[in-house]
Ligand binder design. Structure first.
Ligand code: NDP
Length: 329
């Protein structure tokens, strides 16, 4: 028997509820590799999947958890043998497939990545999907050239924002962190932010499509009106790596920043990344993210804490990264 956080849907009311249950291996969906999960994390999508699903969950009962790290227990694929340490992010695990909020998981070999040198399973999950995505965003900005001005990070006190701030600062960039929580200013400075920008300052509506050229690049976890506004504040030729939509999916922008300032809008998707990119991003994380800074971002949790924390992340109340100690839940 092992423990998992199971979300069930009541057939009559259509309401979902989540709780820790004991399962046996035959309950798991078939796949080549069985992993004994040590850690998982809480991401924005997990908040959606612990609740009513928001169109992400394919069928119930469901086990959420879009990422996990652990040890291979059994494998029908030559690439993995029992005892190997592995990490998984993406591939709609925790959405279309049962995910990491379970002490045992079955996954396809193609979805797994060997744990990179320099990271243990807890550190890998302190990074998790949010941190992996932050690294992809930084790599995309680098590929297009980061300009001299400070690099803006929106949703900075959240998971993606915290890791992006720490990586960019460690690489020597000046980082302007946008937050709606002024009480997190000291935390953001401790990650390396050199400037704190109030969310309201960037959220103000302006009619002009172009403002002063201020930012040398941007990692945007918020989307919506904030993204539309900051496009007009980018330096000539600078890029925005758009990661998320915590502030809304509509983009009330004009084409002017693209036409007159050569601004690049780069979409970042962590779900379907090819294997080589995954390995490259994890290696960069091990190299470019200081582990003591990563520790400062972590709130520890167990499987039983997740129903409450899932609601918190959807309300923008979670700071940094929540790491779930699945093995000891
Ligand atoms: P978090 O909830 O940890 O962080 C989001 C942050 O955005 C909050 O902490 C808050 O930061 C800010 N925020 C929340 N609501 C609003 C609002 N209404 N207006 C403006 N700012 C707001 O989530 P994650 O960091 O895990 O994810 C961020 C986004 O990125 C989500 O939309 C998520 O789905 C997406 N994502 C996308 C991935 C991809 O592959 N493209 C992978 C991972 C995540 P503050 O308090 O500092 O203002």
């Amino acid at each position: 028997m092992f423990k998992a956080l199971v979300v069930r849907k009541d057939a009559e009311s259509g309401k979902t509820s989540a709780g820790v249950e004991e399962l046996t291996l035959d309950a798991l969906p078939e796949a080549e590799v069985t992993v004994s999960v040590e850690y998982s994390t809480l991401n924005y999508k997990d908040g959606l999947c612990i609740g009513p699903g928001g169109g992400l969950v394919r069928s119930y009962p469901h086990v959420p958890g879009i990422d996990f790290a652990g040890t291979v227990e059994a494998s029908d694929d030559d690439r993995y043998t029992p005892g190997d340490k592995v990490v998984l992010t993406g591939w709609r695990v925790g959405e279309a497939h049962w995910g990491g909020y379970s002490q045992k998981v079955r996954a396809k070999a193609d979805w797994l990545v060997p744990l990179p040198d320099g990271l243990d399973t807890r550190a890998a999950m302190a990074v998790g999907t949010a941190g992996f995505t932050a690294m992809l965003a930084v790599m995309a900005l680098e590929d297009h050239g980061i300009k001299p001005g400070p690099v803006l990070v929106t949703g900075a006190a959240g998971g993606v924002g915290s890791v992006a701030t720490a990586i960019l600062a460690n690489l020597g960039h000046r980082v302007a962190a946008v937050t709606g929580r002024p009480e997190q200013s000291d935390y953001l400075r401790s990650l390396g932010a050199t400037q704190i920008v109030a969310r309201d300052e960037i959220n103000e509506t302006v009619k002009r499509p172009l403002e002063s050229e201020t930012w040398g690049g941007c990692v945007d976890a918020v989307g919506g009106a904030m993204l539309a506004r900051l496009l007009g504040q980018m330096e000539y030729g600078a890029s925005v790596a758009a990661v998320g939509l915590a502030g809304g999916a509509n983009l009330p922008a004009t084409v002017i920043p693209f036409l007159l300032r050569g601004v690049n809008l780069l979409g970042i998707d962590s779900v379907m990344q090819p294997y080589d990119n995954r390995v490259r991003a994890w290696q960069r994380i091990a190299k470019d993210l200081p582990m003591d800074t990563l520790d400062a971002m972590v709130t520890p949790a167990t499987l039983a804490d997740l129903p409450d924390l899932g609601a918190d992340i959807l309300n923008g109340k979670v700071k940094g990264r929540v790491v779930v100690d699945v093995a000891n839940s």
